[in-house]
Write a protein of this length. Structure first.
Lengths: 497, 344
């Protein structure tokens, strides 16, 4: 057997308008922990999805144990030797640990389950990983950490060559993380290679043998972790140099406070306080799970919270319809499930948030409604031949523009944008940035929450950095802003100022 | 319409034309099915083509259509209302009980509360609204699945009818005015109830197509979370719809009780199913966001033609249930097939 368990050569993955993985080549050594890092949109998840069979590569070769590898679904990937520990665990809560271990690979006699050595072997592996789990226990009674261990045991028992772990520590406490790390390290002796994905850079130094950095779909470097000097070096490789040049500072700053948030606290958020002035674009940067969406939804009144939110001098009610009336609109994180009525037409979507404007005494004025739709389709350059097109038939970028139209028509003073450019192509992105800048010029305030640093430093006047539900730092944007420092803080590093 | 767009200066022309939308397409194709069925019935069923028979078709189904209006609106939001048939029985029985003369007979079932008829109507409708309010409370506040809640209230409402009538009916010691509204004819031989049904349908179509309220009904069905985040008061809206649906059922119950001059505990048994069937036949989708009251009316006519021509063809009436089931399956399959073809 060769030294490498997985060899990736010239791998390319194209989506309409985007090359998500661009000519990537690197090898993964057998029985190591190989970390994969990169910003959002760097191409990590796409690469992983090709390995697990969710996507079929456009071109290039993948060799697993020296043999050509291709999978069409997770099941096939598993059979060929690549198991994955997804963030959403693939485990049945209503069954016992033992039943979960053998699920799908039970030995049967005429349809009845048989007790065989296979079960003993599996339980043996589980015991060697974590003795405290009782095989007869219901899985629903286990913590997330222990559920993960059950899944790892299953992968080991089915003789997986590679286990991919996608942010496995996101939902774990400090003790649980340490226990998981011990198990991951012990996997090397069990002839298993681990591909480990995490945004928390410290984990990589603690756990990894090798690290591969990706950026903008390209492979930047693969090297032993021992040869990486420090976090700074990793961050530099992750963000590159040339990205952040187009921020233009505003000449005048309004002093009028529009929104004031005091000690906002929820399950995820700890004492968040900030202010937004009229005409200001304020960015919130943080990793997935840092609490950005929670802030957006609390301010908008979609979730309950403790603390005080004051808008234009008045306390906000905790209800979206009241918030919209007060003058706030939200472009939600998930446009299909939260922002759009995909079975309805563009026209019917655009008018939703401000029906008073197109109706009288409860009756819709259809001519007014059509004029409004035509106006926004033109203004935001939504590509369509008719306003009667179902929104589900538009591209991602155009769908997002429909969400923007909807929120702009609400004629609010504060727009909350939660991941406004997620999943849309580069052209549509820059159009959306222009719309945001234009709105700010018109005196509207923007609260933009994003896990993409380039867009945050491109357009925001002030940046708040979040980590694990805490507000870690506030930075005023300037043309010589220190992106490395921002990533350092957002990945859990200490604030040094 | 297009000309108005052109008038707005500085705006490029964006077409408002489209291929016919799916809702209109389904309604028209079900109308086609109705016409074909009607033609076949006229050809093969003896005496079917007689004018009186055709009028009977509509008049016998008036109450299912009235129930269907409320059910259509709710199903467009993605919610069921199975309680309507129970409310029909309850409100009919209560309207009788409240205005039966008090202390006139040895028989318990002949004694009522002796209230004036108008008061009996108001109280029966209030009781119906209470059932609607219970539906709304459990569905919007406690987030229980609508089909479970409304099956429960269906049983409760019918149970009230059973208790008040001792499982039978009340039909004595009623004032003369009681039998008027259900039997009075207005134009020619058409009953007032049918006219009321037509008026309700017209109002419902206007609400559905022309008002903000109608639009919001579709928004909730299309995406309840997006509707909430777009400022639609979802709970309030569903509450209003459940109140309307129960009110329509209450009115139906009072009219039927008057028509038969009796409050019967088994009245309209199974009509919650008929109402749901005609709504589905009319193209309203269980998934929500899609459907129309005009479709429901066509669905009712299709069901009426099928069941009455089957009776005309000497199928025994017991077969009606199986026939309804088959028609439902065929209609839903045909709609799915047509929509899939269209959207390739």
């Amino acid at each position: 057997m060769s030294e490498y368990v997985l060899e990736i050569k010239n791998l390319i993955m194209d989506f309409p308008g985007v090359r998500a993985v661009n000519d990537v080549s690197f090898n993964i050594k057998r029985n190591t922990v190989h970390c994969l890092v990169g910003e959002n949109g760097a191409g990590k998840s796409t690469l992983i999805k090709i390995l697990t069979g969710a996507y079929i590569k456009t071109s290039g070769t993948i060799l697993l144990n020296g043999k050509e590898y291709i999978a069409h679904n997770t099941r096939e990937a598993k059979q060929k030797g690549i198991s994955t520990l997804f963030q959403e665990l693939n485990i049945v809560n209503q069954l016992t640990v033992e039943e979960n271990l053998t699920l799908g690979i039970e030995d049967t006699f005429m349809g009845f389950l048989k007790k065989t050595d296979k079960i003993k072997k599996m339980i043996g592996i589980l015991k060697s990983l974590e003795p405290s789990i009782n095989p007869k226990q219901l899985v629903s009674s286990l913590s997330v950490a222990k559920k993960q261990i059950v899944e790892i045991a299953k992968a080991v028992a089915t003789e997986a060559d590679i286990i991919i772990m996608d942010e496995p520590t996101a939902a774990l406490s400090e003790n649980e993380i340490q226990r998981l790390f011990k198990i991951i390290k012990s996997l090397r002796e069990k002839n298993v290679t681990v591909i480990y994905i995490s945004h928390r850079l410290d984990e990589i130094f603690e756990l990894g043998d090798y690290v591969t950095v990706m950026r903008d779909g390209k492979h930047i470097a693969t090297k032993p972790v021992s040869e990486v000097k420090d976090r700074c070096e990793l961050i530099k490789m992750m963000i590159g140099k040339t990205l952040f040049e187009s921020y233009i500072p505003k000449e005048t700053q309004s002093s009028q406070t529009l929104l004031e948030v005091k000690n906002l606290t929820t399950d995820k958020l700890n004492n968040i306080s900030f202010e937004i002035k009229k005409g200001e674009i304020v960015g919130f940067y943080g990793l997935v799970g840092a609490g950005k969406t929670e802030i957006a939804r609390a301010v908008f009144g979609a979730d309950s919270y403790r603390g005080e939110i004051i808008f234009k001098g008045k306390k906000l009610y905790n209800s979206p319809d009241k918030t919209i009336e007060a003058g706030i609109a939200l472009v939600p994180e998930e446009r299909r499930s939260q922002g759009l009525f995909t079975v309805l037409t563009i026209r019917e979507n655009i008018s939703v948030m401000n029906m008073q404007k197109i109706s009288r005494a409860g009756f819709i004025n259809h001519i007014k409604e059509k004029n409004v739709s035509a106006e926004y389709i033109n203004k935001l350059r939504i590509v369509t031949n008719t306003m009667e097109k179902q929104v589900s038939k538009l591209s991602g970028g155009n769908q997002q523009k429909v969400v923007f139209s909807k929120c702009l028509f609400a004629d609010s003073d504060l727009l909350i944008l939660d991941e406004p450019t997620r999943g849309i192509d580069v052209g549509a992105k820059s159009e959306i940035y222009n719309i945001i800048r234009q709105l700010s010029k018109e005196g509207k305030s923007i609260m933009m929450l994003s896990s993409e640093l380039p867009e945050i430093v491109n357009i925001c006047d002030r940046i708040f950095i979040l980590f694990d539900g805490d507000m870690k730092a506030e930075i005023k944007n300037s043309s010589d802003i220190d992106c490395e420092e921002i990533i350092h803080i957002a990945t859990g590093g200490e604030v040094v100022c | 319409m297009l000309r108005n767009i052109d008038k707005v200066s500085g705006i490029d022309k964006i077409s408002t034309r489209s291929r016919m939308n799916d809702a209109t397409f389904i309604t028209l194709s079900m109308l086609g099915v109705l016409i074909v069925l009607l033609g076949l019935a006229c050809l093969f069923v003896p005496n079917f083509y007689l004018g009186q028979n055709i009028i009977n078709l509509v008049t016998n189904y008036w109450f299912v259509i009235v129930l269907g209006i409320g059910v259509t609106f709710l199903l467009i939001t993605g919610n069921f209302d199975m309680s309507v048939s129970g409310i029909v029985a309850m409100s009919g029985v209560l309207s009788v009980y409240f205005c039966q003369a008090a202390h006139v007979s040895q028989s318990e079932l002949a004694n009522g509360l002796g209230l004036p008829y108008w008061a009996a109507i108001v109280l029966a409708l209030t009781a119906s609204l209470i059932i609607g309010a219970i539906n709304a409370f459990f569905i919007t506040k406690l987030k229980v699945a609508s089909i479970i809640v409304t099956l429960g209230t269906m049983s409760i409402a019918r149970g009230i009818a059973h208790i008040v009538t001792h499982g039978a009916q009340r039909n004595t010691s009623l004032p003369d005015v009681f039998k008027v509204i259900g039997n009075i004819t207005v134009i020619g031989s058409i009953k007032l109830s049918v006219i009321i049904m037509i008026i309700f349908v017209i109002i419902a179509v206007i609400i559905e197509k022309r008002t903000v309220f109608g639009r919001r009904t579709y928004l909730i069905g299309a995406n309840i979370e997006a509707a909430r985040l777009s400022g639609v008061k979802v709970g309030q809206h569903l509450t209003i719809l459940y109140l309307i649906s129960s009110l329509l059922a209450g009115i139906t119950g009072i009219l039927l009780a008057s028509e038969y001059v009796s409050g019967t505990s088994n009245r309209a048994m199974g009509s919650e199913f008929d109402a749901l069937v005609i709504v589905l036949l009319g193209g309203t989708s269980i998934a929500g966001g899609f459907g129309s009251v005009s479709g429901t009316v066509i669905g009712a006519l299709i069901l009426a033609v099928v069941t009455s021509s089957a009776t005309g063809l000497l199928l025994r009436p017991e077969w009606q249930f199986i026939l309804k089931g088959i028609v439902t399956f065929l209609a839903i399959m045909a709609q799915r097939f047509a929509l899939d073809r269209r959207n390739i």
